[in-house]
Design a protein. Structure first.
Ligand code: TTJ
Length: 658
């Protein structure tokens, strides 16, 4: 990077900063710190929350800046390191942040960026600010919420350094502290989250960091993202390097690795129109559910939006046209529906937009109307070309959609039959359900219990005022492996649907849910884990709003009973057992519970159902992709990955609890 160019960029950046600074703040010190103080007072206004989720936002905020520099073509690699004490380091090999003075504030540009709210707005000089306003709150917010933060910049053989403490108080202005290799260039930020703000936890989740960095590497073709977690045990320590030249094409292959693809090539398209960049990849597998993930500026737009609509329109239009032109559809045949065309598809749609508008309940629905046409035309043209050039794969795809169409009509008939029946039996609750007396959903709970004997204990042990019991006989149907009409015929599934009372799929109405806690209670063994996964898969596919609403829980029965004379204690983990053993001393009797059936009604109440003593794990699907991966792995036909998964994750509920 030439000195001249860097100066230019720096001036441009300073101009941008000036606008923001004069607009919102005077250049007085006090007001600057007032800004950061406001962040500390009401952090929830600037980051999602101060829970573990908000903690991770700090990392993403900083990483985004490095990605901007890489997307602008100046950096190749971004490294993320978690130290033993949960200090985060993010380093890029870009131009290095500007080290000059900002005229307006009279302070270094870096100090300005890290102490003035939103000063980082257009920072990085790239065409798109990757976080696009969803959590793109700026580096100053991270500084405000850190116990300390320091910045190092390397360029032209020099190292510059500045450190802030206690939420953004500069220790000493930016200064050149020494020399470095003349070839070295880049920016490094280290910070320690403030435990007085993040009162729940300041411990980062290894898997969360790793998975998001991998995802960012898929979404930003070619960029190298490295991850190193110093907290890992020596044997487990791994230097992760994520770099995917194939971008979304490799993402689809990655998502399909536990599935069986039905055609060879991933359909891939990319292009740009009117300043919008579009990348789409998809491939069909032998399953029945679509898995469509959409992103705008690297943010997972879980509510979909115009990019998803554009994809759907093009898929439907091009498949029908090809099917007609090539006589797969006869004149009298109806068009294939959009759902038919999506059966078994894994698709990723990613757009980069200079001015994204987000809508929806959680502001994760892309609203820019022009994006619909842009995605539709770019993806449509390349899909059409793919079908023309690959007639064998085209045939497989069209036949899959045709089968889906036939199954859809059969399912519709079956659903209508079910609905007629339930209309006749008006609100007849399933016979196996032992309902609670309360009709107030907000305090009512339903325990879904594996097996009849445990069901009996649960029924006797419960508080019938607010606790209902629904025993399930044996295994429930795997909804990943069955089409809809078979699912609606299944007795266990039907009894859950009637008991919950809120309907399913697009007819769902969560306000009609009869219990605000749906508790899965299975044995603490492999079979129990399997049943739990089957249930979660069903909830995920058919009752997603209930799952997202946080109404689904997993009961935690104890693993051990420890007895000494009359005194009885229960241990829910091996660690707890050790603690209890240490407390109680010798001459104790330890019983390991293999199943719920080994507990009598009173024990089950005391240990697992009594709100005073029990532990419930709330299932929240923050990341649909990871949940789906787990599900398809656990449910799929590929035996090998499943075996590995079960061996590695004996307590895999935690892994579903994402
Ligand atoms: C701005 O214009 C002059 C040359 O450098 C441009 C720039 O901003 N580069 C830049 C910023 N590279 N990397 C960053 C950066 C990296 C991290 C990890 C964190 C932050 C806040 C910025």
């Amino acid at each position: 990077m030439s000195e001249e160019k860097n100066k230019n960029e720096e001036m441009k950046l300073n101009e941008e900063l000036d606008i923001t600074v004069t607009h919102e703040y005077s250049d007085s010190d006090i007001q600057v710190l007032d800004g950061l103080e406001a962040v500390r007072k009401r952090p929830g206004m600037y980051i999602a929350s101060t829970s573990v989720k908000g903690l991770h936002h700090l990392v993403w905020e900083i990483v985004d800046n490095g990605i901007d520099e890489a997307m602008a073509g100046y950096a190749t690699t971004i490294k993320v390191i978690v130290d033993k004490d949960n200090v985060i380091t993010v380093e890029d090999d870009g131009r290095g942040m500007p080290t000059g003075i900002n005229e307006k504030t009279g302070k270094s540009t870096i100090e300005t960026i890290f102490t003035v709210l939103h000063a980082g707005g257009k920072f990085g000089g790239g065409a798109y600010k990757v976080s696009g306003g969803l959590h793109g709150v700026g580096a100053s917010v991270v500084n405000a919420l850190s116990e300390w933060l320091d910045v190092s910049v390397y360029h032209d053989g020099k190292e510059y350094y500045v450190k802030f403490v206690n939420g953004g108080n500069v220790v000493e202005p930016l200064k050149m502290i020494g020399s470095c290799d003349s070839a070295k260039h880049g920016s490094k930020v280290r910070f320690k989250a403030d435990p007085t703000i993040f009162t729940e936890t300041t411990i980062y989740e290894h898997d969360t960091l790793r998975d998001r960095l991998r995802q960012l590497a898929f979404l930003n073709k070619g960029i190298r993202l490295e991850f190193f977690d110093e907290r890992e045990e020596e044997e487990k320590k791994k230097h992760y390097v994520f770099q995917f030249a194939g971008g979304l094409k490799e993402y689809v292959q990655y998502l399909n690795k536990n599935r069986t693809s039905i055609h060879e090539d991933v359909i891939y398209s990319e292009g740009h129109e009117n300043g919008i960049q579009v990348e789409v990849a998809c491939q069909y597998n032998d399953g029945y559910n679509p898995n469509v993930y959409t992103f705008c500026n690297n943010i997972n737009t879980v509510e979909g939006g115009t990019h998803e609509e554009g994809f759907r329109l093009a898929l439907n239009r091009v498949i029908n046209k090809y099917a007609r032109d090539n006589n797969f559809l006869k004149e009298k045949d109806d068009n294939l529906t959009s759902d038919d065309c999506k059966e078994g598809i894994t698709a990723i749609i990613s757009v980069k937009h200079p001015d994204p508008q987000y809508e929806g309940q959680t502001k994760t629905k892309l609203g820019n109307t022009e994006v619909r046409k842009t995605v539709s035309s770019i993806f449509g043209a390349q899909l059409e070309r793919f079908l023309m050039e690959n007639p064998d794969q085209a045939k497989i795809i069209i036949e899959k959609a045709s089968l889906a169409s036939q199954a859809r009509m059969a399912a519709k008939k079956a659903r209508e039959a079910t609905r007629r029946k339930s209309a006749l039996e008006i609100s007849a609750l399933p016979g196996k359900l032992k309902d609670c007396l309360s009709k107030d959903a907000s305090i009512s709970e339903i325990y879904i219990v594996e097996g009849n004997s445990a069901g009996g204990s649960a029924q006797k042990g419960r508080d019938s005022h607010f606790q209902a019991i629904l025993p399930l006989r044996g295994k429930i149907l795997n909804v990943e492996k069955a089409r809809q009409h078979r699912i609606f015929e299944n007795a266990e599934i039907r009894s859950m649907i009637t008991a919950f009372g809120c309907g399913i799929l697009d007819e769902i109405d969560v306000s009609k849910l009869r219990y605000h806690k749906i508790v899965i209670m299975t044995d603490a063994d492999v079979d129990g884990a399997h049943i739990r996964t089957l249930l979660l898969t069903f909830f995920y596919r058919y009752l997603r709003p209930v799952l997202e609403g946080g109404y689904i829980y997993i009961a935690q029965p104890p693993l051990y009973k420890v007895q000494k004379g009359q005194a009885v204690r229960y241990a829910y983990t091996d660690k707890q057992l050790e603690e209890i053993k240490a407390e109680m001393g010798d001459r104790i009797a330890i019983q390991r519970y293999k199943g719920l059936g080994e507990m009598d009604a009173e024990q089950l109440w005391e240990t697992t159902m009594n709100p005073e003593n029990r532990t419930l794990i709330r299932v929240n699907i923050g990341d649909a992709e990871a949940a789906d991966q787990n599900f398809s792995m656990l449910m799929g036909e590929e035996v090998e990955p499943r075996k590995n998964f079960i061996v590695e994750n004996a307590h895999f509920v935690e892994n579903l609890d994402i």
